[in-house]
Ligand binder design. Structure first.
Ligand code: DOR
Length: 437
């Protein structure tokens, strides 16, 4: 049998059955075939000695801007950044131009991804007040991870802000609805809190009640209809405490930005480059998000990779757009947090591999198991490097973590059985496939 192996990952410390185990992993094509001591006479060997081999890291929230803003990012450049950062699969967002809110646009995206995306992928279908009939028929749509609902307006035109429409979308969608949870009415009412030229006023405008009011509303609707929803980028201590008591119908996600940056320091240091929706808030919120990680209340970590050009970000607030890139830095930032004992590897694997598969029903991924897909992220917990804008593959060319010294980096990315990134270089092009659900 040994001659059938296409690649052997040798001598790594591998995350198998919930713990690290020194073993080899033999691949055949795009599948993990055997885990154990493997003596085979093949030339294709990846030496993982002194390295940790994780299941492929999944980033469930990225904006790759194609079609519409391909000067900021496209499916090729965004997914290149992903594999350089050790990410093997992404869920990509529908607030493109035109938005991905009908089957024609959805199909276009799948075609644009084919043979261009370096990692595996699925796309969100955007909810509008008019497309509920389509949302009800999405079951089985190839490459679709779920429905994205913007309850408050952010980048792009997608918005479902009226309670009756939110209720229709949640109650009728055939796929899980993931929600950008800010209350549009409060956003409009509080516009007078925007201080021109002062990004410190961003979290005053988009305040905690704005997030909490929306989250309370969508959770109540999900419970009323006994439907499953997923709340994206939760930012407030109030929401964490509320969501902790409403886990039956609701899962939720947080970003590494909200776990790493806090106000006012981040706005003092990088100004509008720290502007995102929902905003980076004060330390008391940041601290509560860490409590949520510690207590396993939070389900998923997603980067909300949302690139904007430096030129746009340098505009005077509020003309500066909201969003920061993050797909290339999500794993190093979290590995650094592990080295600082803020969480452990087991928790990271739950948040970025196992839970996305469980919640969204991704098939054959999330675990290093025989007959599962051969997506692997190989890390070096001792590698130290300073993150630099110049290292970023995103077309936007900057990161909020510029000049941060990080310990813990991905050193290789294996996707569908092929080493696509090694030592910070893309070594194989274009092997992404749509995820199966
Ligand atoms: O800050 C944000 N930027 N939040 C979002 O919800 C959208 C994103 C973007 O697409 O720029």
């Amino acid at each position: 049998m040994s001659e059938n192996y296409s690649l052997i990952v040798k001598n790594g410390s591998c995350y198998v059955n919930g713990k690290l185990e020194k073993t080899d992993i033999a691949l055949v094509g795009n599948k993990i075939k055997k885990i154990g001591k493997i003596e085979a006479n093949i030339t294709k060997v990846f030496d993982a000695s002194n390295k940790i081999v994780l299941p492929g890291i999944i980033d469930t929230q990225v904006h790759f801007r194609e079609p519409g803003s391909t000067d900021r990012e496209d499916l090729e450049s965004g997914s290149r950044a992903a594999i350089l950062g050790g990410v093997t699969s992404v869920f990509e967002m529908p607030n493109t131009n035109p938005p991905t809110s009908n089957l024609v646009e959805f199909d276009k995206k799948l075609n644009l991804a084919k043979n261009r995306m370096h990692c595996n992928y699925a796309f969100y279908f955007g909810a509008t007040p008019e497309n509920v009939d389509q949302l009800a028929k999405l079951k089985g749509l190839k490459g679709c991870c779920g429905v994205k609902l913007f309850a408050g307006s952010s980048t792009g035109k997608l918005l479902v802000d009226k309670e009756a429409d939110i209720e229709k979308v949640i109650s009728q969608s055939a796929k899980i609805v993931s929600i950008h949870s800010e209350d549009e009415e409060i956003l409009n009412l509080r516009k007078n809190f925007i201080k021109e030229g002062d990004v410190h006023s961003h979290p005053e405008w988009r305040n905690t009640e704005c997030a909490m009011s929306s989250t309370r509303r969508v959770v109540k609707i999900a419970e009323r209809y006994n439907k499953q929803i997923h709340v994206l980028h939760v930012t407030t201590k109030e929401e964490v405490d509320f969501l902790a008591m409403h886990k039956k119908n609701v899962t939720f996600e947080i970003t590494p930005q909200h776990l790493t940056l806090y106000a006012p320091d981040c706005y003092d240091k990088i100004g509008t480059f720290a502007q995102m929706n929902p905003p980076i808030r004060k330390k008391e919120h940041h601290d509560r998000l860490w409590v949520a990680v510690k207590n396993s209340v939070v389900d998923i970590l997603g980067s909300d990779h949302a690139p904007h050009s430096k030129e746009d970000k340098n505009k005077k607030y509020p003309a500066s757009p909201s969003g920061m890139p993050g797909v290339q830095t999500i794993l190093p930032i979290m590995l650094n947090h592990i080295n600082n004992e803020k969480l452990n590897l087991e928790k990271l694997v739950k948040l970025m591999c196992e839970n996305p598969c469980r919640i969204f029903g991704i098939k054959n991924k999330g675990y290093i198991k025989e007959d599962f897909d051969a997506d692997l992220t190989i890390i070096d917990m001792n590698k130290e490097q300073t993150i630099k804008n110049e290292m970023m593959a995103s077309k936007c060319g900057w990161t909020p973590f510029n000049n941060m010294i990080i310990k813990g980096f991905p050193i290789a990315t294996i996707i569908n059985g092929k080493v696509v990134m090694s030592d910070g270089e893309v070594v194989t092009e274009g092997y992404g496939e749509p995820l199966e659900f």
